[in-house]
Design a protein around this ligand. Structure first.
Ligand SMILES: [Zn+2]
Ligand SMILES: [Zn+2]
Length: 283
Protein backbone atom coordinates (compact mmCIF):
# COMPACT_ATOMS: atom_id res chain seq x y z
CA UNK A 1 0.00 0.00 0.00
CA UNK A 2 1.37 3.35 -1.01
CA UNK A 3 0.86 5.44 2.10
CA UNK A 4 2.83 7.07 4.87
CA UNK A 5 2.16 6.46 8.54
CA UNK A 6 0.78 9.49 10.33
CA UNK A 7 -1.93 10.41 12.80
CA UNK A 8 -3.15 13.94 13.43
CA UNK A 9 -5.85 13.27 16.04
CA UNK A 10 -4.51 12.17 19.45
CA UNK A 11 -5.31 12.83 23.12
CA UNK A 12 -2.74 12.79 25.93
CA UNK A 13 -2.88 13.39 29.68
CA UNK A 14 -3.46 17.14 29.31
CA UNK A 15 -7.06 16.14 28.46
CA UNK A 16 -8.63 12.67 28.67
CA UNK A 17 -5.74 10.78 27.05
CA UNK A 18 -3.73 8.31 29.08
CA UNK A 19 -0.02 9.17 28.78
CA UNK A 20 2.37 12.12 28.52
CA UNK A 21 2.85 13.60 25.02
CA UNK A 22 6.42 12.26 25.01
CA UNK A 23 5.14 8.66 25.19
CA UNK A 24 3.22 9.24 21.93
CA UNK A 25 6.28 10.74 20.24
CA UNK A 26 8.45 7.76 21.24
CA UNK A 27 5.83 5.26 20.09
CA UNK A 28 5.28 7.09 16.79
CA UNK A 29 9.04 7.10 16.06
CA UNK A 30 9.23 3.40 16.95
CA UNK A 31 6.37 2.70 14.50
CA UNK A 32 8.05 4.68 11.71
CA UNK A 33 5.60 7.58 11.61
CA UNK A 34 6.30 10.50 9.31
CA UNK A 35 4.12 12.86 11.35
CA UNK A 36 2.24 13.02 14.62
CA UNK A 37 -0.33 15.63 15.56
CA UNK A 38 -1.53 16.46 19.07
CA UNK A 39 -5.18 17.45 19.38
CA UNK A 40 -6.21 17.56 23.03
CA UNK A 41 -9.79 18.58 23.76
CA UNK A 42 -9.82 22.39 23.90
CA UNK A 43 -10.91 24.10 27.14
CA UNK A 44 -14.65 24.74 27.34
CA UNK A 45 -16.79 27.11 29.43
CA UNK A 46 -18.40 24.47 31.62
CA UNK A 47 -17.31 21.88 34.18
CA UNK A 48 -16.20 18.60 32.66
CA UNK A 49 -13.65 15.82 32.99
CA UNK A 50 -12.43 15.47 29.41
CA UNK A 51 -10.98 18.78 28.18
CA UNK A 52 -7.72 20.60 29.00
CA UNK A 53 -8.42 22.73 32.11
CA UNK A 54 -8.22 26.41 31.15
CA UNK A 55 -5.25 26.96 33.47
CA UNK A 56 -3.29 24.15 31.79
CA UNK A 57 -3.81 25.37 28.23
CA UNK A 58 -0.55 27.30 27.94
CA UNK A 59 1.37 24.39 29.51
CA UNK A 60 -0.05 22.11 26.81
CA UNK A 61 1.02 24.45 24.02
CA UNK A 62 4.48 24.93 25.51
CA UNK A 63 5.00 21.19 26.01
CA UNK A 64 4.13 20.35 22.38
CA UNK A 65 6.25 23.25 21.07
CA UNK A 66 9.15 21.97 23.17
CA UNK A 67 8.78 18.43 21.76
CA UNK A 68 8.50 19.78 18.21
CA UNK A 69 11.90 21.44 18.57
CA UNK A 70 13.48 18.51 20.40
CA UNK A 71 12.49 15.91 17.79
CA UNK A 72 12.77 18.12 14.72
CA UNK A 73 15.16 15.75 12.97
CA UNK A 74 13.17 12.59 13.71
CA UNK A 75 9.49 13.27 13.17
CA UNK A 76 7.17 16.12 12.16
CA UNK A 77 5.14 17.04 15.24
CA UNK A 78 2.11 19.32 15.13
CA UNK A 79 0.30 21.35 17.74
CA UNK A 80 -3.44 21.07 17.23
CA UNK A 81 -6.66 21.03 19.21
CA UNK A 82 -9.93 19.14 18.96
CA UNK A 83 -12.40 21.90 19.73
CA UNK A 84 -16.04 21.47 20.68
CA UNK A 85 -18.66 23.83 19.42
CA UNK A 86 -21.81 24.47 21.45
CA UNK A 87 -23.42 27.89 20.94
CA UNK A 88 -22.70 30.11 23.98
CA UNK A 89 -20.94 27.33 25.89
CA UNK A 90 -17.60 27.16 24.11
CA UNK A 91 -14.82 29.59 23.26
CA UNK A 92 -14.58 31.02 19.76
CA UNK A 93 -11.91 29.05 17.95
CA UNK A 94 -10.12 32.36 17.31
CA UNK A 95 -9.52 32.58 21.08
CA UNK A 96 -7.29 29.48 20.87
CA UNK A 97 -5.57 30.64 17.69
CA UNK A 98 -4.63 33.94 19.33
CA UNK A 99 -3.41 32.30 22.53
CA UNK A 100 -1.27 29.61 20.95
CA UNK A 101 0.59 28.97 17.62
CA UNK A 102 -1.75 26.18 16.50
CA UNK A 103 -1.08 24.21 13.33
CA UNK A 104 -4.77 23.25 12.97
CA UNK A 105 -8.07 22.79 14.76
CA UNK A 106 -10.26 19.72 14.42
CA UNK A 107 -13.85 20.84 14.92
CA UNK A 108 -16.01 18.13 16.49
CA UNK A 109 -19.49 17.95 17.97
CA UNK A 110 -19.75 15.69 21.04
CA UNK A 111 -22.56 17.56 22.82
CA UNK A 112 -25.74 18.53 21.01
CA UNK A 113 -27.73 21.51 22.29
CA UNK A 114 -31.49 21.63 21.98
CA UNK A 115 -31.87 24.99 20.20
CA UNK A 116 -35.00 25.85 22.23
CA UNK A 117 -34.29 24.60 25.76
CA UNK A 118 -30.45 24.81 25.49
CA UNK A 119 -30.23 21.46 27.25
CA UNK A 120 -27.34 19.25 26.18
CA UNK A 121 -27.31 15.71 24.75
CA UNK A 122 -23.96 13.89 25.12
CA UNK A 123 -23.68 11.67 22.06
CA UNK A 124 -20.17 10.22 22.61
CA UNK A 125 -18.66 7.88 25.22
CA UNK A 126 -19.06 4.16 25.72
CA UNK A 127 -22.59 3.96 27.11
CA UNK A 128 -25.57 3.39 24.83
CA UNK A 129 -27.98 3.84 27.78
CA UNK A 130 -26.62 7.36 28.31
CA UNK A 131 -27.22 8.23 24.63
CA UNK A 132 -30.77 6.85 24.86
CA UNK A 133 -31.49 8.70 28.09
CA UNK A 134 -30.11 11.97 26.65
CA UNK A 135 -32.28 11.67 23.55
CA UNK A 136 -35.33 11.19 25.78
CA UNK A 137 -34.50 13.99 28.23
CA UNK A 138 -33.21 16.63 25.80
CA UNK A 139 -35.28 15.95 22.67
CA UNK A 140 -38.26 14.09 24.16
CA UNK A 141 -37.22 11.01 22.22
CA UNK A 142 -37.65 12.82 18.88
CA UNK A 143 -34.77 11.29 16.92
CA UNK A 144 -35.22 13.51 13.87
CA UNK A 145 -35.04 16.65 16.03
CA UNK A 146 -31.92 15.35 17.81
CA UNK A 147 -30.09 14.33 14.64
CA UNK A 148 -31.05 17.56 12.88
CA UNK A 149 -29.70 19.57 15.81
CA UNK A 150 -26.43 17.59 15.58
CA UNK A 151 -25.94 18.39 11.88
CA UNK A 152 -27.15 22.02 12.21
CA UNK A 153 -24.68 22.55 15.05
CA UNK A 154 -21.96 21.02 12.86
CA UNK A 155 -22.92 23.42 10.05
CA UNK A 156 -22.89 26.41 12.36
CA UNK A 157 -19.43 25.39 13.62
CA UNK A 158 -18.10 25.10 10.05
CA UNK A 159 -19.50 28.50 9.08
CA UNK A 160 -18.66 30.48 12.19
CA UNK A 161 -15.56 28.83 13.63
CA UNK A 162 -13.72 27.70 10.50
CA UNK A 163 -11.87 24.60 11.73
CA UNK A 164 -9.34 23.15 9.26
CA UNK A 165 -10.59 19.60 9.83
CA UNK A 166 -14.06 18.18 10.49
CA UNK A 167 -13.77 15.44 13.16
CA UNK A 168 -15.82 12.19 13.15
CA UNK A 169 -18.53 13.63 10.90
CA UNK A 170 -21.39 11.20 11.64
CA UNK A 171 -20.64 10.20 15.24
CA UNK A 172 -24.33 10.70 15.99
CA UNK A 173 -24.93 7.23 14.48
CA UNK A 174 -22.62 5.47 16.97
CA UNK A 175 -25.19 4.41 19.57
CA UNK A 176 -28.14 4.41 17.17
CA UNK A 177 -27.28 0.98 15.78
CA UNK A 178 -30.20 1.18 13.34
CA UNK A 179 -32.69 1.35 16.22
CA UNK A 180 -34.12 4.87 15.80
CA UNK A 181 -33.23 5.59 12.16
CA UNK A 182 -31.31 4.10 9.26
CA UNK A 183 -28.69 5.96 7.27
CA UNK A 184 -30.67 5.27 4.08
CA UNK A 185 -33.66 7.40 5.11
CA UNK A 186 -34.06 10.42 2.81
CA UNK A 187 -34.31 13.00 5.64
CA UNK A 188 -31.01 11.71 7.05
CA UNK A 189 -29.31 11.65 3.66
CA UNK A 190 -30.45 15.22 3.04
CA UNK A 191 -28.80 16.40 6.29
CA UNK A 192 -25.57 14.61 5.35
CA UNK A 193 -25.64 16.12 1.87
CA UNK A 194 -26.11 19.66 3.18
CA UNK A 195 -23.21 19.33 5.62
CA UNK A 196 -20.93 17.84 2.95
CA UNK A 197 -21.75 20.74 0.65
CA UNK A 198 -20.73 23.17 3.36
CA UNK A 199 -17.50 21.27 4.04
CA UNK A 200 -16.70 21.50 0.33
CA UNK A 201 -17.64 25.18 0.10
CA UNK A 202 -15.54 26.16 3.14
CA UNK A 203 -12.54 24.05 2.12
CA UNK A 204 -12.32 21.74 5.17
CA UNK A 205 -10.54 18.41 5.26
CA UNK A 206 -12.89 15.56 6.23
CA UNK A 207 -11.50 13.12 8.76
CA UNK A 208 -11.98 9.35 8.48
CA UNK A 209 -11.90 8.24 12.13
CA UNK A 210 -11.31 4.63 13.25
CA UNK A 211 -12.00 4.93 17.00
CA UNK A 212 -15.48 3.39 16.99
CA UNK A 213 -14.11 0.25 15.37
CA UNK A 214 -11.13 -0.48 17.63
CA UNK A 215 -13.12 0.43 20.74
CA UNK A 216 -15.89 -1.94 19.64
CA UNK A 217 -18.51 0.84 19.84
CA UNK A 218 -19.46 0.96 16.17
CA UNK A 219 -19.17 -1.44 13.26
CA UNK A 220 -18.34 1.31 10.78
CA UNK A 221 -15.85 4.09 10.25
CA UNK A 222 -16.81 7.71 10.97
CA UNK A 223 -18.10 8.63 8.46
CA UNK A 224 -19.67 5.55 6.83
CA UNK A 225 -18.22 4.34 3.52
CA UNK A 226 -21.04 5.76 1.31
CA UNK A 227 -20.42 9.21 2.84
CA UNK A 228 -16.66 8.88 2.27
CA UNK A 229 -17.35 7.94 -1.36
CA UNK A 230 -19.74 10.85 -1.77
CA UNK A 231 -17.14 13.23 -0.28
CA UNK A 232 -14.54 12.01 -2.77
CA UNK A 233 -17.01 12.51 -5.64
CA UNK A 234 -17.50 16.08 -4.45
CA UNK A 235 -13.75 16.70 -4.31
CA UNK A 236 -13.53 16.98 -0.51
CA UNK A 237 -10.02 16.13 0.82
CA UNK A 238 -9.98 13.10 3.13
CA UNK A 239 -7.56 12.21 5.93
CA UNK A 240 -7.24 9.13 8.17
CA UNK A 241 -6.94 9.38 11.98
CA UNK A 242 -7.31 6.96 14.88
CA UNK A 243 -8.27 9.48 17.58
CA UNK A 244 -5.80 7.71 19.90
CA UNK A 245 -6.25 8.19 23.66
CA UNK A 246 -3.24 5.96 24.40
CA UNK A 247 0.08 5.47 22.52
CA UNK A 248 -0.99 1.86 21.81
CA UNK A 249 -3.97 3.22 19.84
CA UNK A 250 -1.83 5.20 17.37
CA UNK A 251 -2.44 2.57 14.69
CA UNK A 252 -5.85 1.39 15.95
CA UNK A 253 -7.66 -0.15 12.96
CA UNK A 254 -5.37 1.91 10.68
CA UNK A 255 -4.27 -0.69 8.12
CA UNK A 256 -7.75 -2.25 8.12
CA UNK A 257 -9.23 1.16 7.38
CA UNK A 258 -6.74 1.73 4.57
CA UNK A 259 -7.82 -1.56 3.00
CA UNK A 260 -11.49 -0.79 3.47
CA UNK A 261 -11.37 2.63 1.87
CA UNK A 262 -9.14 1.48 -0.95
CA UNK A 263 -11.62 -1.30 -1.75
CA UNK A 264 -14.35 1.35 -1.66
CA UNK A 265 -12.54 3.25 -4.41
CA UNK A 266 -10.89 6.00 -2.38
CA UNK A 267 -7.98 7.26 -4.43
CA UNK A 268 -5.96 9.51 -2.12
CA UNK A 269 -5.49 10.66 1.47
CA UNK A 270 -4.38 14.08 2.61
CA UNK A 271 -1.61 14.78 5.09
CA UNK A 272 -0.42 17.82 6.94
CA UNK A 273 3.20 19.00 6.75
CA UNK A 274 5.23 22.03 7.76
CA UNK A 275 4.54 23.38 4.27
CA UNK A 276 0.81 22.72 4.45
CA UNK A 277 -1.50 20.04 3.05
CA UNK A 278 -0.50 17.47 0.44
CA UNK A 279 -2.08 14.31 -0.91
CA UNK A 280 -0.72 10.79 -1.32
CA UNK A 281 -2.43 8.47 -3.79
CA UNK A 282 -3.58 5.07 -2.47
CA UNK A 283 -2.66 2.13 -4.68
ZN1 LIG B 1 -13.99 13.70 19.27
ZN1 LIG C 1 -10.77 13.03 19.65
Amino acid sequence: MNSILANYHTHNFFCDGKEAPLAYVKKAIELGFKALGFSSHAPVLFENDYSIPEEKFQDYCREIEHLKALYINQIDLFLGLEADFIPNKTHDFSYFRKACPLDYIIGSVHLVANPISNEIWFIDGGLQEKWDKGLELVFGGDIKAGVKAFYYQTNQMIEEQKPEILGHFDKIKMHNKNRFFTQEEPWYQQLVKESLQLIKEKGLVLEINTRGLYKGRCKELFPSIPIIQKAQEMGIPLMLNTDAHHPDELLGYYSEALNLIQKAGIKALWHFSKKGWFSIPLY
